[in-house]
Design a protein around this ligand. Structure first.
Ligand SMILES: [Zn+2]
Length: 437
């Protein structure tokens, strides 16, 4: 929670406290009484005030009302936390009973923020519980307020969220993951980007120092500008060895959302070029551990070095032809995509649960995990593309683009693209995201 947000909640709580102060401690130094409304209020002050008025300046009275901020401890109940804040057990229970209309007191997260408004009553050890504000989730605040009869009413304040668009960019000096993190790109946005480029980019071999990226995405912010949630990735650009590959989010018929390159070609392809978690490749291994072997007559596949356990995904839709041990390949999966094309994955540490010959798999579905079984010198995925019976170089397989836009659809896309390009060009590149996540 940001400092600004924290301040806002404090002001909110104190506002409620001030309302209660009128009811409980009218005339106390905390708040001036409201403007008089009835003739009775014009009566002269009671004589006691005159007698009490001292000749010397009175010592300033400490305010009897205070606010205590605390967090729910592990295993602690909300009633327990309020007692810890100084409230009396029955009052804490009554306030929590009221809050239970809006929240489930048994399903609160450890560390949840609680603010208790308390009043010191002379001669009483426990404090009077005036307000209890809790923040059960990122979207709302719930407050219980004690009324003049001593009963608690509950109020819910929804945080007003606004959608805003953010531009982030960076040069890749070490790894894409680190460069994007430094630029303040939230991880879900980075994952989306890597997933979309996995059709065309080999994240092990094609990212080089000096490459660059740019992202334009949505986030939901509350009234104080704190990020509550990241939204859609609207645009991405990846510059690899001097060539920039751009992709745009675009809604096609029926509200379906797809990503297209600047010519209106869908980025989805029949086969993924990186059939493994690309974020992992670009973080822990990336450029520091170069691939073991490239494609050649002896090797006939490409290798992705990655930590044991990194998820491996089906490069395309298809049917599992084989899932089991296969000599030097170790644990091996082969997927048939159509009459001509199949892909194979070797040296797996284990298979995805339930994976066996005959099972249908979708592109991007996890089929197993990186390992070093069979003839292997270290954890990696050995990946092959087969056309007919022939093993071909996966890096040179050209899958035709999926659903290129034509006619009116293409014209609509190009118009949207032009609008988005103009918005991106006008947006400043942000650098302050990381601190706000
Ligand atoms: Zn290999």
């Amino acid at each position: 929670m940001s400092r600004a947000e924290d301040g806002r909640i404090r002001r909110l709580t104190l506002r409620f406290c001030a309302v209660i102060a009128f009811g409980f401690a009218a005339g106390s130094p905390v708040a001036a009484p409201p403007p008089p409304k009835s003739p009775a209020a014009y009566d002269p002050p009671p004589p006691v005030a005159k007698i009490a008025a001292p000749a010397a300046e009175p010592a300033p009275q400490p305010s009897p009302i205070s606010e205590k901020s605390l967090r729910l401890a592990s295993g602690e109940t909300l009633v327990g936390a309020l007692i810890r804040a100084g409230a009396e057990r029955q009052e804490a229970q009554d306030a929590v009973d009221a809050l239970a209309k809006s929240i489930n007191p048994r399903k609160l997260q450890t560390g949840m923020e609680i603010k208790a408004g308390l009043e010191t009553v002379p001669g009483m050890k426990a404090k009077k519980l005036l307000t209890v504000l809790v923040v059960p989730d990122a979207l709302r605040e719930v407050i219980a307020i004690r009324n003049v009869e001593g009963r608690y009413g509950v109020h819910e304040v929804a945080k007003a969220l606004t959608r805003e668009q953010v531009r982030a960019a960076g040069k890749i000096d070490d790894s894409l993951f680190m460069a994007a993190t430094r630029a303040g790109v939230p991880i879900p946005v980075l994952s989306d980007m890597i997933r979309l480029y996995s059709y065309d980019v080999d994240f092990q071999r094609e990212i080089q120092p000096g490459d660059a990226f740019e992202l334009y995405f949505e986030r939901l912010v509350d009234g104080d500008g704190a990020t509550v949630k990241t939204g859609d990735l609207l645009f991405a650009a990846l510059t690899l060895s001097g060539t920039t590959h751009r992709l745009y989010r675009h809604a096609v018929g029926g509200g379906r959302v797809e990503y297209f390159d600047d010519k209106g070609r869908n980025v989805r392809k029949a086969l993924l070029k990186t059939p493994i978690d690309g974020a992992k490749l670009s973080s822990s291994y990336g450029m520091r551990h170069h691939p073991i072997l490239g494609f050649n007559m002896m090797h006939r596949g490409v290798d992705f070095a990655a930590p044991t356990g990194t998820p491996i995904v089906a490069a395309g839709d298809g049917t599992v032809e084989k899932a089991g041990p296969q000599d030097a390949y170790g644990n091996y999966v082969r997927i048939r995509h159509n009459k001509t094309h199949a892909t194979a994955y070797a040296h797996l540490s284990r298979f995805a649960p339930g994976l066996k010959a005959g099972k249908r798999v979708r592109q991007g579905e996890v089929i197993g995990y990186v390992g070093s079984t069979g003839r292997s010198t270290g954890p990696h995925l050995h990946y092959e593309v087969l056309i007919g019976d022939k093993k071909v170089n996966p890096l040179s397989v050209k899958s035709p683009p999926n659903d290129p836009l034509v006619g009116k659809d293409l014209a609509l896309f190009l118009r949207n693209k032009k609008d988005l390009d103009a918005k991106i060009a006008a947006a400043p590149i942000t650098t302050r995201l990381a601190a706000r996540q």
